[in-house]
Design a protein around this ligand. Structure first.
Ligand code: ZN
Length: 118
């Protein structure tokens, strides 16, 4: 195995672990949300705090879904092409991948990451 392949394997493993962790968080948030929905409120205060909890959880689940979506997009890109910038195809800097293994671009093209089509 070349160094480049070793590197790719390393970051792919981190990215997959990250996606698993996010899915686990989403599942437990969904389970909590269901518990709240099944709980019968005993007072009007409860109704208000249940609604707050529900909205907070729904927001969290939706944020987590967005992050999972981005991470899966990066994973399918990297599995096919390696960890190269989706704009210029240069290898993505290691410190950038260490900070965020779901990076799709090098530092120079980081501003294009959100709008890029892959
Ligand atoms: Zn680039």
């Amino acid at each position: 195995m070349t160094n480049k392949e070793k590197n790719d394997q390393y970051y792919l493993a981190i990215l997959k672990a990250e996606i698993d962790k996010l899915k686990g968080e989403k599942n437990s948030d969904e389970a909590r949300l269901k518990e709240i929905q099944d709980d019968k409120p005993v007072s009007s205060d409860d109704v208000g705090s249940q609604r707050d909890d529900r909205e907070r959880l729904e927001q969290e689940i939706s944020n987590t879904e967005d992050i999972i979506h981005e991470a899966e997009r990066a994973l399918s890109w990297a599995a096919k092409n390696g960890f190269v910038c989706a704009v210029c195809r240069k290898p993505i800097e290691h410190d950038r991948l260490d900070a965020d293994p779901a990076s799709l671009t090098c530092k120079e093209h980081r501003d294009e990451e959100d709008t890029i089509e892959i």
